[in-house]
Design a protein. Structure first.
Length: 129
């Protein structure tokens, strides 16, 4: 690191010359400023991850591979594993999950899971019709 560069928590893992410094401990927050979301502490690869939100299907419902159109109160699951993101729905509080037709795409970086889930909810949740 260059002379005069900040180190420690105030540096948040960066320096003025762009060279990364050591990960900064953010005491009391339960995180490190350089921790990648979804990556467990210690550098081990993250396993499958998912996000789940209750939605109301809009007119025409949500098309699924297994049973066709599902309507009404649903739960949307966005799961990331093995470089893929998959959307699934179930009737709220049911046991069976159905793959959303066309709801699979490459997603190599697990950090993108929240964004994909937010977009999926915005597209499929239509409580006002």
């Amino acid at each position: 690191m260059s002379e005069g560069s900040a180190t420690g928590p105030a540096a948040a893992g960066m320096s003025a010359d762009g060279a990364p410094s050591a990960p900064a401990d953010v005491s009391g927050a339960g995180m490190s400023a350089d921790t990648v979301p979804g990556t467990p502490t210690g550098g081990a690869p993250a396993g499958p991850q998912q996000r789940v939100t209750d939605i109301t299907a809009g007119p025409g419902g949500v098309m699924t591979d297994e049973v066709g159109v599902v309507t009404g109160e649903l739960t949307l699951r966005t799961a990331q594993a093995d470089g893929q993101v998959t959307l699934s729905v179930q009737y709220k509080d049911a046991d069976e999950w159905y793959a959303v037709t066309g709801g699979r795409a490459p997603l190599a970086d697990p950090a993108g899971l929240d964004t994909v889930h937010t977009i999926a909810v915005a597209l499929l949740n239509r409580p006002e019709g």
